[in-house]
Design a protein around this ligand. Structure first.
Ligand SMILES: Nc1nc2c(ncn2[C@@H]2O[C@H](COP(=O)(O)OP(=O)(O)OP(=O)(O)O)[C@@H](O)[C@H]2O)c(=O)[nH]1
Ligand SMILES: [Mg+2]
Length: 620
């Protein structure tokens, strides 16, 4: 006896496959399990109008033929004939959500390319109509080259027509030819998206103005040349803005802290408490708080990009680049949030199902320029790099900042490349995401987001940073050199001696004693490097005026090669206890955080050394 033809329902999650399955099979369904995979196997019997039976299976929802989860793998294996648990279907019913056509057509195009007989169930047309969207199934049929049946699974609309179409597909009794897997996976995601969008647009009879706008924006945002250019431009503008807009409020905050120092200095007698307050707390914490305006401007951009719906487009654009290092486009979102802070970034890697993918993303996340590095970069760049106007709207300081950010990304790129070939070797997984709607960001959300960031930043300044600053101040202030000995108080102190010890290690890469002193407390939080340098110079202030700004001190004491090496160090060095802690938690052990710290320190040392010596030989 011949086995009944096997027909599989496939499509994106939530397209209505199970609803159609129930509508087609009625109560005659069996639920089992795919052994070895915790995915249910739903199969049922469908009787065609001519009485022939068909076995129908309901496959797990998937976004593409490149699986990124076990259920997606089941689906891929079944439709490509690679499953050992299920025979190759004789035909596919591809279920798409009419209201979400371009998203769902991506997978449809991949499935059609496999070459199995296909009928498309254009499901949820009721919801599309409610949204003011009218689709022409005939145009869709012509564009896709397969029959398209409009359905409303939950109202059983179109079910008879669908059954008829299935009967036509399995009528011949000929065995389907083996699926052409390469044809289904050859297009990259941006190309697929553009084809899907073009077909969806062609099939759209009428739609609301909002949807039309979104389509127009996407032709630009996802264009193969214009899209990446737009992304780079947005990032570049963001960095220029951080520098130019922040100048005025930053200067005001700086002046405020200087005035506060003066008030305390004139109101209190010279002594322990006054020095602790002015040289320790105010110099240290003030040096960090000055960067609040810049960090808020950075977050303003990130919040707007996120809430406008552009971020996911950027992830799509990045997918091909990410694939070259064996990561999926999914990794883009955690990596992008790592520009704010690696801690939420590393937690966000939970969206990546593949363990190796996820681990690689965690290991490279600290190379994204987190906002704690901004104060360090800005301070050194502001002090040592002239703000020459290179072209209209382009200044040298902004370019250097952008260069540091790009260096971090390049470092992450090569690190991922190396990791994926060695410690996190494995097949790379695919990437598909729903494209969210474009929206005008709500002012309320943006303001709230900025407020939260400001509170977190100020809390850090008031706790970790204040505490490490005070400890550093104590270490640098005691013991006091004997009266009239002429020794610098910093050199004589315990802290100074520790600094000299570290200096031995970092001297070959051009670091001076002040940097060596700043490195240790900066382990607690990177910004502390800034307050630490502030504290060192406040205590070590030779003329005793105390009003010299840190930038002037740095200008007087550092060489350009040293400054560049220091910047390079901060691009790579894993200087943040919270990141190490969250890595331990997310990887369940000490192995990976230790590995991360080791490779990042090695990279920091080597890169800073190369930078220093290149700069020295270049005569900078
Ligand atoms: N209004 C409307 N709702 C539908 C239609 N088809 C399905 N739904 C609803 O859409 C939701 C998702 O349907 P499912 O059948 O579970 O989707 P699925 O494709 O099986 O999803 P996964 O199994 O997660 O991949 C359910 O709440 C259905 O009731 C339709 O044609 N019209
Ligand atoms: Mg289902």
């Amino acid at each position: 006896m011949h086995a009944a033809p096997l027909v599989a329902l496939v499509g994106n999650p939530n397209a209505g496959k199970s609803a159609l399955f129930n509508a087609l099979t009625g109560a005659r369904q069996k639920v089992g399990n795919y052994p070895g995979v915790t995915v249910e196997r739903h199969s049922g019997r469908l009787v065609l109008d001519d009485g022939r039976p068909v076995e129908l299976i309901d496959l797990p929802g998937a976004y593409s033929l490149e699986p990124s989860s076990p259920d997606e793998r089941v689906t891929r294996d079944v439709v490509t004939g690679a499953s050992s648990l299920e025979r190759l279907p004789d035909a596919l019913v591809v279920v798409v959500d009419a209201a979400n056509l371009d998203n769902h057509l991506r997978f449809t195009l991949q499935l059609i390319a496999l070459g199995l007989p296909v009928v498309v169930a254009l499901n949820m047309v009721d919801l599309a109509e409610r949204d003011g969207l009218t689709l022409d199934a005939a145009v869709l049929e012509r564009e896709l080259g397969v029959p398209v049946i409009p359905t409303v699974a939950v109202r059983r609309r179109g079910i008879d027509a669908l059954r008829g179409a299935i009967a036509d597909l399995v009528g011949g009794g000929a065995k389907p030819r083996a699926p052409d897997v390469s044809a289904g996976t050859q297009d990259d995601i941006v190309q697929l998206q553009r084809r899907a969008r073009r077909i969806a647009t062609a099939a759209t009879v009428s739609e609301t103005a909002g949807r039309r706008w979104a389509h127009m924006l996407d032709t630009v945002a996802l264009h193969p040349i214009v899209g990446p250019l737009l992304l780079v431009t947005i990032l570049f503008v963001m960095f220029q803005a951080v520098f130019t807009w922040a100048a005025v409020p930053a200067d005001a905050i700086d002046a405020g802290f200087a005035a506060l120092q003066d008030v305390i200095k004139s109101a209190m007698p010279d002594g322990f408490v006054r020095s602790l307050l002015t040289d320790g707390l105010i110099a240290g914490v003030g040096a960090v708080i000055v960067f609040l305006p810049q960090i808020l401007i950075l977050f303003l951009f990130i919040l707007i990009l996120e809430s406008s719906g552009y971020m996911v487009r950027a992830a799509f654009l990045m997918d091909r680049l990410m694939a070259t290092v064996g990561l999926s486009g999914r990794a883009f979102i955690p990596l992008l949030s790592s520009f704010a802070c690696a801690v939420p970034g590393i937690m966000a890697t939970r969206v990546i199902e593949d363990e190796k993918d996820r681990l690689t993303t965690i290991l490279i996340a600290p190379l994204m320029t987190c906002s704690a590095r901004w104060p360090v970069y800005t301070l050194i760049i502001g002090a040592m790099i002239p703000n020459t106007q290179l072209a209209p709207f382009i200044r040298l300081q902004g370019v250097v900042m952008f260069g540091l950010l790009v260096t971090g990304i390049a470092g992450a790129y090569f690190a991922a490349l190396a990791l994926r070939r060695t410690v996190t070797k494995g097949a790379s997984s695919g990437f598909m995401m729903e494209m969210p709607k474009y929206q005008v960001p709500l002012l309320r959300d943006v303001v709230l987001g900025l407020w939260q960031r400001a509170v977190i930043f100020l809390k850090r300044a008031g706790t970790i940073i204040a505490a490490t600053t005070v400890i550093l101040w104590l270490l640098l202030s005691f013991p006091k050199p004997p009266e009239g000995s002429g020794v610098s108080p910093v050199d004589y102190s315990i802290g100074g001696r520790i600094g000299h010890g570290i200096e031995y290690v970092v001297k070959p890469i051009g670091f001076n004693r002040d940097i060596a002193l700043a490195l240790l407390p900066a382990m607690a939080a990177r910004e502390v490097a800034v307050s630490a340098i502030g504290t060192v110079y406040a205590i070590d202030d030779k003329d005793g005026g105390g009003t010299d700004r840190i930038t002037d001190q740095i200008r007087g004491r550092w060489t350009l090669p040293t400054a560049l090496a220091f910047l390079m160090w901060f691009v790579f060095a894993p200087q943040c206890i919270s990141t190490i802690a969250v890595t331990r938690r997310e990887t369940n052990g000490w192995k990976w955080p230790l590995f991360m710290v080791g490779y990042l320190f090695a990279a920091a040392y080597i890169m800073a050394g190369i930078t220093y010596w290149l700069a020295v030989f270049a005569g900078l």
